[in-house]
Ligand binder design. Structure first.
Ligand code: ADP
Ligand code: ADP
Length: 229
């Protein structure tokens, strides 16, 4: 059963076709990397799935239910999607626990339940005991883990990543690749992961969708994807 389906999805910005009639299914629990050069439409696809943009043409479905077409859009907060961007929008003056707890507070979850849940997700991302640290004291990699924890705390069935490793050094990237794999295994969430890094896509995803000029050229498991010499 496909958890996400985009059908003949197009997005135009003035004369630019950022997405050009793309149809693609994302199976429940799958990990898809959207791979391609800068400007090929990866982020636009993610933003249309998240609901930050409306389609010019075509539709987005979650579990067969219409989320968006040019006439009607379910707002992002009603889609139950977790989003992690490279510019991790954390509150620098607040501590780790407060940042991670934010989505639960917004939903009026009970205090006691919040503390337990925050501890559990900090454990998953390897930030056990960091509850009271302020964001501005943390390294880039640690901040990215906080952003990941904040995304996980809401228990989203769909998680969207937009170049989450782009600002990190090589060593941190490697450790985060392991963290992403672990999170996918533990949560069973459907993951869509945007990157322009072929090695990263091949290492992480169970399917790689290669994009060029607003289209998907190929969507296949890593071992079937053509590797340029
Ligand atoms: P990628 O994520 O692969 O780098 P994007 O989806 O960000 O690509 O962009 C695809 C194309 O759409 C690019 O040509 C980009 O300049 C254009 N584009 C994206 N967002 C906007 C916008 N808000 N306004 C105008 N053009 C945009
Ligand atoms: P990108 O790096 O892909 O361009 P940004 O992080 O710059 O993405 O965010 C672009 C836009 O997406 C922002 O204007 C913001 O309004 C919206 N956005 C980003 N994250 C969220 C979120 N968690 N909830 C709602 N809107 C968001």
């Amino acid at each position: 059963m496909s958890e996400i389906r985009v059908e003949r999805l197009s997005k135009r910005f003035n004369e630019t076709a950022a997405l050009d009639a793309v149809s693609l299914d994302f199976a429940a629990g799958s990990f898809t990397a959207l791979l391609g050069p800068s400007g090929c439409g990866k982020t636009t696809m993610l933003r249309l799935i998240a609901g930050f943009e409306a389609p010019s043409e075509g539709s987005v479905f979650f579990g067969g239910e219409l989320m968006a077409d040019p006439q009607r859009q379910v707002p992002p907060e009603a889609r139950g999607v977790g989003v992690v961007f490279q510019s991790y929008a954390l509150w620098p003056h607040m501590d780790v626990a407060a940042n991670v707890a934010y989505p639960l507070k917004a939903r009026h979850v009970e205090r006691g339940a919040i503390a337990g849940r925050v501890g559990a997700v900090l454990d998953i991302v390897g930030l056990n005991g960091f509850e009271g640290r302020r964001i501005e004291e943390l390294s880039g990699g640690q901040r990215q883990r906080v952003a990941l924890a904040r995304c996980l705390v809401a228990d989203a069935r769909i998680i969207l990543f937009d170049e989450p490793l782009a600002n990190l050094d090589m060593h941190l990237r490697a450790s985060m690749v392991d963290a992403f794999r672990d999170i996918h295994r533990r949560t069973g969430a459907t993951i869509v992961y945007v990157t322009h890094d072929q090695a990263e896509a091949l290492a992480l995803a169970d399917r790689v969708a290669i994009m060029s000029q607003g289209r998907v050229l190929q969507a296949a498991p890593p071992q079937e994807v053509y590797r340029a010499p």
